[in-house]
Design a protein around this ligand. Structure first.
Ligand code: GRF
Length: 193
C-alpha cells in the first residue's frame, strides 16, 4: 500500500506518519509529500525522513483545476492508495475528489460537526466547552464536512491554558491518525485480496 500526505505548514502530523512508516507501525510506503507553501516547515521534515517532497503552488497555474491536475499527474504513477491531509489549507475540488473517491482523509482538531474551520482549538476553548477532541473524516467539497471515520474526546480542565490544550490535542492527533490510517489500509487490503 502507498500513501501520500498533503500539508501546508508545521507538519507535526506528517512527522508522526513518517515516523510510524519508518518504524513499521504503518504498514505502507510513504511515497510523497505534497506542499502548497514553499516556506512550510514540513519540507524540512520531509528531507529528514527522505520522503520525496513536491512543492506545488496554486499561483503558478491558471486555475485550481490545472493545479489539481498537476498533483494527480504526480500521484498516479506512484499508485497512491490513500491521501492523508495534514494541515493542508486548501479545499479539494473535483479533480482530486474524482480521481481519489473515498481515498482522501483529513484530520481536524475538534469534535466535528462542532468547530469547523481553521481555528478549531481556539474556537472550542473560547466557547468554553468542557469536552473537545480530534476527528478524522473523509474529504468532500464541504470544509470539514465528510463522513466521520474516527473521533477521540479530550476533557478541558478548569483553568487549563490554551497552549497546554493545544499540546494535548496534537498528541492525540498523532496517535489517532496513525491508528486510523493503519485500520483503513488493512480494510482496503482485505477488500483487494
Ligand atoms: C492540525 O491540528 C490538524 O488537525 C489541522 O491542522 C493542524 C496541522 O498541524 N488540520 P501540523 O502541521 O500537522 O503540525
Amino acid at each position: 500500500m502507498n500513501i501520500a500526505v498533503f500539508a501546508s505548514g508545521n507538519g507535526s502530523n506528517f512527522a508522526a506518519i513518517a515516523e510510524a512508516v519508518k518504524t513499521g507501525k504503518i504498514k505502507a510506503s510513504l511515497k510523497a509529500l505534497i506542499v502548497d507553501k514553499p516556506k512550510a516547515y514540513v519540507i524540512t521534515r520531509a528531507k529528514e525522513y527522505n520522503v520525496p517532497c513536491y512543492v506545488i503552488e496554486l499561483k503558478n497555474f491558471n486555475s485550481k483545476k490545472e493545479y489539481e491536475e498537476k498533483i494527480v499527474s504526480i500521484l498516479k504513477p506512484l499508485n497512491i492508495d490513500l491521501i492523508c491531509l495534514a494541515g493542508y489549507m486548501k479545499i479539494c475540488d473535483e479533480v482530486l475528489l474524482n480521481n481519489y473517491p473515498n481515498k482522501i482523509i483529513n484530520i481536524h482538531p475538534a469534535l466535528l460537526p462542532a468547530f469547523k474551520g481553521a481555528h478549531a482549538i481556539l474556537d472550542a476553548y473560547n466557547y468554553g466547552v468542557k469536552v473537545t477532541g480530534v476527528t478524522i473524516h473523509y474529504v468532500n467539497k464541504e470544509i470539514d464536512g465528510g463522513k466521520i471515520i474516527a473521533q477521540e474526546a479530550i476533557m478541558i480542565a478548569d483553568e487549563e491554558k490554551i497552549e497546554d490544550l493545544e499540546a494535548r490535542i496534537h498528541e492525540v492527533e498523532h496517535n489517532l491518525y496513525v491508528k486510523t490510517i493503519n485500520k483503513l489500509l488493512e480494510d482496503y487490503d482485505a477488500r483487494i485480496n
